[in-house]
Design a binder for this molecule. Structure first.
Ligand code: COA
Length: 159
């Protein structure tokens, strides 16, 4: 049984994240999506809202579980008995940061292996902050996020 963890801010989850998850769902027995509760980072959606939105987008995925965490990721991975840490790579610009993070996590937890999945080329430019930004300015986000997120974003930015 190989358990994996897919961490991130997911503010909100995008079609790019979902693409990574759909592919990971075929590779691992169990994947926990771990939403970071970061009090230092101001988010548009609360951690509970982010988890609830992710759940609505992942109903078709058999191996996916949901959670949120604060503190060190390696500790949360241990708690979940995960041996694999999944990260998506969009472009070369992601590499430095991801490389540093993978090495640091390995130093702290040698049994947790980081596995990188390449994002689909359609989403290589996509990020949650771009999506938030476009939504706030009233632009079209169809296709960049699942329909349920599109609706939630429109409602959120209206407030
Ligand atoms: N498709 C679309 N967007 C993607 C993507 C994909 N496949 N992969 C990453 N992104 C985007 C995200 O939307 C996000 O965009 P934004 O910054 O515009 O909002 C950005 O890339 C960052 O991605 P995310 O996966 O949310 O990473 P993060 O840097 O916010 O968080 C953690 C990374 C949570 C894994 C890391 O901060 C962590 O582990 N924290 C816990 C503390 C800890 O253990 N620290 C030691 C780590 S060495």
């Amino acid at each position: 049984m190989t358990r994996a963890i897919y961490p991130g801010s997911f503010d909100p989850i995008t079609s790019g994240h979902l693409d990574i998850l759909e592919r990971a769902d075929k590779l691992f027995d169990e994947i926990t999506i771990a939403v970071i509760e970061n009090p230092d980072k101001q988010t548009l959606f609360t951690a509970e809202e982010r988890v609830s939105l992710i759940k609505k987008c992942c109903k078709h995925l058999k191996h996916v579980k949901f959670g949120s965490f604060h503190g060190l990721l390696v500790d949360y991975a241990k708690e979940k008995k995960a041996t694999v840490l999944i990260r998506g790579l969009r472009a070369v610009s992601d590499f430095d940061y991801e490389f540093q993070m993978a090495l640091t996590n390995r130093k702290m937890s040698p049994n947790l292996e980081t596995v990188f999945l390449m994002t689909d080329h359609k989403y290589s430019y996509l990020s949650s902050s771009f999506v938030r930004h476009i939504a706030k300015l009233g632009g079209k986000i169809k296709g960049l996020v699942p329909a349920v997120i599109e609706k939630a974003l429109k409602e959120k930015v209206k407030k």
